[in-house]
Design a protein around this ligand. Structure first.
Ligand SMILES: [Zn+2]
Ligand SMILES: [Zn+2]
Length: 79
């Protein structure tokens, strides 16, 4: 399957992963199967910036998409 995601978004995800040390941001702290989740999807006008990317493990990513976790509840002021 070919990806046509723009280069800028891939770069933003890569930078976000570095920012979080390749750890899930959602408290679980997993370092396995790390994904970049667009807080505001780029198809909805989300920006290709690390600030718009949430770094999550696969399990948490699935919960985000199934609605079990809400991005709005995350505290970005954590140390
Ligand atoms: Zn996602
Ligand atoms: Zn997680």
């Amino acid at each position: 399957m070919k990806s046509n995601r723009p280069y800028d978004h891939r770069k933003a995800i890569a930078l976000a992963k570095i920012r979080e040390n390749y750890k899930c941001e959602l408290r679980c702290g997993s370092t396995v199967d790390i994904h970049g989740h667009h807080i505001l999807d780029y198809s909805l006008g989300g920006e290709a910036t690390p600030e718009n990317i949430l770094v999550v493990c696969e399990a948490c990513h699935n919960k985000l998409h199934s609605g079990e976790i809400y991005v709005e509840s995350i505290d970005y002021s954590k140390k």
